[in-house]
Design a protein around this ligand. Structure first.
Ligand code: NOJ
Length: 738
């Protein structure tokens, strides 16, 4: 439709109709399946609101979206199509590893391809907008939503923001893209104590330096939508934070797109103690330039009152409606309300072989080998190998936020391994969780389901016994263990990050048998593995590896592929260290290299200050040496560039994918700086018995930092540059900026 016609259409709409465009409801109101996660009580929505509603959440599938679209267009006075928005976070039907695993690939190009195929599948099913990427910087593994983020580093997350947004949106012109709605603006990952929905309170320099860059990168990459956070930031709920939404997002960063609240977050302004009632909440949100109200009655029931009583200028509503109608128009929905979706296209697109292949490759690169004592991996399939553990045959490998994925389509670990050892003996050994209270707290399982998940005590004893008998007869035991899918994800905050007691107990028993043990961990977060490392030989962090998880795992443990994943989130030594992240600020009394010795340094009495596995860590088969770190200058000016090179030599008979990481430290600054900051990385293949010179170029603007007013500063002085395999294993050289 021409802009002029769209304008005319808007001018012809009643205030109620316009407000309807700013309301988003979920599928249950349209007799479609509702697969949204969130509080489920009805929020005082009238039939008229349902009829005028401009967008719908988490109704997917060509048949369902077409049906709902027909219905909505028929009842709307101007027959305006609705937009379908959905949580397509790490795949639609073909599910990839969770984003924390995608982060660990350090392979943005591959991740981009993943987002392209997710867009192809989702658009074939009628989805217009995907609520991703989630770009909250994560520092605290207690928070369940670390699963959805690429990790703890702002530079790396910004790179992923770019490829995820463009991966989704590049196809829009060809008819197989979706709009990217990045989230959760802003700073949700900083929730205090890792407790879900808790407040976020942080210095401005921290906010600008560590939390905002990835969202900004999403804006610069053209993301057309942004979702606010459910939380408050420095005392102001993000959903109604005029400074954040208008000053920073719209004015400073030039964001022209639509801002949507998170699920009921306008309504929740009341509970935050920030708004007196629904009308006040609507007022505060629209004044902050928030366009669409997701799943709350505030805009529907409040905006009109605000206009009639003169508190709100209708122009504010018009601006928001214009943004919504413009996006619908840009997507061509007025010409094709079905967005090119059809049952036939959907069938062809979903879970096609090429998509599965990519999911397998992503999983292979996401999995991180944390330990491999005595090179027990790769497994020699001619030995007596057994597979034991609650995840051996379980298909729950998709993780909580793969809401459209079908776990029946996923390849289990056993199925993957059977391609190498068709008759591998398998025992479950124990349940994933035997903690009834926690399973109840998850809020999704009925009592009957919980009873099914927790074996009767006698059965559990038998399962344990059978597992131990099998282990006794084997040379190598593969243990498939981990968290329940709903233990991580939204509202999955935890204070205990160890594997559950029943699984630890089985590990202890099997470790006494002196067998080679390979532990595969399925989890949505860094776990505390300190009590396990001495009991097993090899450990693979497999995350929730997605649809092709079982195949990818098998290819790695039997040596068809070489593990190459590197952590993007620190694995703590003890839960009490959380939040723990590599780019923490320097302290006056560091644990290492302090002027002081003994007690009075920044440490714990009962645990080391260092994590168990640092950011950037991961092992591969074979060995490489990093040497000859060279800087082409010792002093650079603000207009210079610094050229850095390092030799990476593969001394083994394995081809290795190396992730060479470049960090720096600003030795003296007017705001205390992180001990290290990642500025660049390269993932390169170094074939067996060969070496490569890997080069980087550093520009002074990469050395800037944010002050407490959000201004970028570049201060001359001395810097240390680090290049290495991970954030704590690096070579270093100094240089100065004049
Ligand atoms: C709540 C979550 O916080 C958000 O990430 C998600 O996109 C919405 N619900 C919609 O399901």
């Amino acid at each position: 439709m021409k802009t002029k016609d769209l304008k005319e259409l808007m001018d012809d709409m009643s205030l109620d109709e316009k407000i309807g465009q700013l309301v988003q409801l979920s599928g249950e109101f349209f007799q479609a399946n509702d697969i949204s996660y969130g509080p489920r009580e009805k929020l005082g929505i009238t039939k008229e609101t349902v009829n005028l509603c401009g967008s719908i959440l988490n109704v997917a599938g060509a048949e369902a979206t077409r049906k709902v679209q027909d219905r909505q267009m028929a009842v709307q006075p101007h027959h305006i199509p609705v937009m379908f928005m959905s949580d397509v976070i790490y795949g639609y039907k073909t599910v990839f590893p969770i984003p924390l695993g995608l982060g660990a690939t350090w392979n943005p190009n591959l991740v981009k391809k993943g987002f392209e195929i997710a867009a192809d599948e989702a658009s074939s099913a009628g989805t217009n907008v995907a609520y991703a990427p989630m770009l909250d910087t994560v520092h605290d593994a207690r928070w369940g939503r670390v699963l959805e983020s690429p990790g703890e580093d702002p530079t790396l997350n910004s790179k992923y923001a770019e490829v995820m947004v463009t991966g989704f949106q590049d196809g829009l012109k060809k008819g197989n893209g979706v709009v990217s709605c990045f989230k959760h603006f802003a700073g949700y990952g900083g929730v205090e104590a890792g407790r879900e929905y808790n407040s976020v309170d942080m210095s401005m320099s921290n906010l600008f330096q560590n939390y905002l860059p990835a969202y900004k990168a999403a804006v610069e990459s053209g993301a057309k939508m942004a979702m606010t956070s459910l939380t408050s930031l420095n005392g102001v709920p993000s959903t109604a934070d005029k400074w954040l939404l208008e000053e920073i997002l719209r004015k400073k960063w030039g964001f022209k797109g639509i801002i949507i609240s998170d699920y009921a977050s306008i309504y929740e302004l009341i509970k935050h103690g920030f708004a007196a009632d629904e009308v006040d909440a609507a007022d505060k949100a629209i004044e902050a330039s928030l366009d669409i109200d997701m799943k709350s009655p505030c805009y529907a029931n409040g905006l009109k009152k605000l206009v009639t009583n003169g508190r709100l200028d209708e122009k504010k509503i018009d601006d928001a409606v214009w943004r919504v109608l413009s996006l619908k128009n840009e997507l061509g929905l007025f010409e094709d309300p079905y967005f090119g979706s059809s049952v036939e296209r959907e069938k062809k697109s979903i879970l096609s072989d090429d998509k599965r292949k990519l999911a397998r490759q992503l999983a292979e690169e996401a999995i991180v080998m944390l330990q491999n004592k005595n090179n027990v991996l790769p497994i020699n399939k001619n030995e007596k190998v057994a597979l034991i553990g609650p995840y051996a045959t379980d298909h729950s490998l998709l993780g909580m936020w793969a809401v459209h994925g079908d776990k029946k389509e996923s390849i289990s670990i056993a199925e993957g391994i059977k391609k190498y050892i068709p008759n591998i003996p398998i025992e479950k050994g124990t349940d994933v969780s035997r903690n009834r209270k926690m399973l109840e707290e998850m809020g999704f399982f009925s009592e009957d389901q919980i009873n099914e998940m927790i074996s009767a005590d006698q059965v559990e004893t038998q399962n344990n016994k059978k597992a131990i008998e099998l282990a006794k007869k084997s040379d190598v035991v593969i243990l498939a263990m981990g968290e329940n899918a709903l233990e991580a994800g939204e509202a999955g905050a935890k204070t205990n990050l160890k594997l559950p007691a029943n699984q630890l107990d089985l590990i202890n028993k099997i470790s006494k048998l002196n067998k080679k043990i390979v532990l595969l961990i399925i989890s949505g977060r860094p776990l505390v593995l300190t009590n396990i490392v001495d009991k097993v030989d090899a450990i693979l962090e497999c995350w929730f590896p997605g649809t092709e998880g079982g195949n990818a795992i098998a290819d790695l443990i039997f040596g068809k592929n070489n593990p190459s994943g590197r952590l993007t989130m620190t694995f703590p030594y003890a839960v009490g260290q959380e939040p723990i992240y590599y780019n923490h600020l320097s302290t006056g009394r560091p644990a290492h290299n302090s002027q002081h010795v003994g007690r009075f340094v920044s440490k714990y009495l009962d645990a080391p200050a260092d994590p168990l596995y640092p950011f950037g860590f991961g092992l591969s088969y074979g060995e490489t040496d990093y040497r000859d770190l060279k800087l082409d200058k010792k002093v650079i000016s603000k207009d210079d560039k610094l050229h850095v090179s390092i030799k990476v030599e593969n001394t083994s008979e394995w081809d290795r994918k190396e992730t060479i990481q470049l960090y720096f430290n600003d030795q003296v600054a007017s705001i205390v700086q992180p001990v290290k900051r990642l500025i660049d990385f390269k993932k390169v293949l170094v074939p067996q018995h060969s070496s490569k010179i890997v080069e980087f170029t550093v520009s002074p603007n990469q050395l800037q930092f944010f002050d407490n007013h959000g201004a970028l500063i570049l201060e001359p002085g001395k810097f240390t540059l680090f290049v290495g395999k991970n954030s704590s294993d690096c070579l270093s050289e100094e240089f100065s900026l004049k």
